[in-house]
Design a protein around this ligand. Structure first.
Ligand code: 3PG
Length: 306
């Protein structure tokens, strides 16, 4: 049996070494396709693979069609919007993610981005502190919880909106639950986004919602670019010269935003939230273990296309 690791953005060597060890000890063969620039290379590499590990790599209908022997695909990470679940399901391919494994790396980056924006993009001049500011966590999942935990150390006041998490669970963790997304945005100086990209959330962070933010508000996006209504955001940044946007997922309108809004806007050049050796090892090894467990025993824990 062959396990393919297909990563446009490769894992750290320690992670691929660990994946190889797990794979080979289980009696399987490992193949690596890293930094590929031509999708045809992916079609060729997946043709005889029984299992595949990807990151944000798109597993489209065409990839599924090329993957004649594929039984399982694991997205080493949290968001699985890059997997065509319908195509996988139609072919009986089990799709999984590795929830929580890279969350700390993303949470640390979110706080780092807040400091960066509060301190004038590390340029000379008077900045402000996070201490005493209100932080709104939009979706209290694995990353959101860790952001709350770290932000407490900065002395921030933490609020969160998540219809799937009871208020008393948040209260036990020192987080104030708000009743609506509008309340979160109108209350908080910083908003940290942790929602997935789904048909319901796409473009949901729009002009009306963002215009509720108090003076000097800053939106921090380490989630997905698709959740932002970029036109609405640009319109608001134009009207409200106090607002800031920092993102780890480069917007389609990056060049325009960078030119128009200077230091009030920043995007990393390539998504780097989960780019730590620790996150690569945690997510990569979890993916390999999940594949071995599935192939050996049929274990489908973490399946996302049930
Ligand atoms: C995730 O959903 O796990 C993160 O966005 C990380 O994505 P990456 O593996 O492409 O860095």
């Amino acid at each position: 049996m062959k396990i393919l690791v297909a990563t446009d953005k490769p894992f750290a060597k320690a992670a691929t070494d660990g994946i190889r060890k797990i794979t080979e000890e289980a009696g399987y063969e490992l193949a690596l396709l890293e930094k590929y620039t031509d999708v045809n290379d992916l079609y060729a590499a997946v043709a005889d693979a029984d299992a595949m590990i990807v990151r944000s790599d798109k597993v489209t209908q065409a990839v599924v069609d090329a993957a004649k022997q594929l039984k399982i695909v694991v997205r080493a990470g949290a968001g699985y919007d890059n997997l065509d679940l319908a195509a996988c399901t139609a072919r009986g391919i089990v799709a999984m993610n590795t929830p929580g494994q890279n969350s700390n790396a993303v949470a640390e980056l979110a706080l780092g981005m807040m400091v960066f924006m509060a301190r004038n993009n590390f340029q000379p001049g008077t900045g402000s502190e996070l201490k005493g500011k209100k932080l709104g966590i939009h979706a209290y999942g694995n990353v959101g919880k860790l952001v709350a935990h770290i932000a407490k150390g900065f002395g921030m006041e933490i609020y969160a909106f998540d219809p799937f998490v009871p208020a008393d669970v948040m209260a036990n963790e020192g987080v104030k639950a708000v009743a609506s997304v509008e309340e979160l945005y109108s209350t908080c100086n910083y908003i940290s986004l942790h929602i997935p990209a789904t048909p319901e959330t796409k473009k949901s962070i729009n002009y009306d919602l963002l215009s509720k933010m108090p003076k000097g508000g800053c939106l921090v996006n380490t989630a997905r670019k698709e959740v932002i209504d970029e036109e609405g955001l640009a319109k608001l940044l134009e009207e409200r010269t106090d607002l800031k946007y920092v993102t780890d997922i480069m917007p389609d309108s990056h060049a325009v935003l960078a030119e128009k809004f200077g230091a009030r806007y920043f995007s990393t050049p390539k998504k780097m939230g989960a780019e730590t050796a620790e996150a690569n090892i945690n997510a990569g090894l979890a993916a390999a273990n999940q594949i071995v467990s599935f192939l050996k025993t049929g274990d489908k824990k973490f399946q996302v296309n049930k």
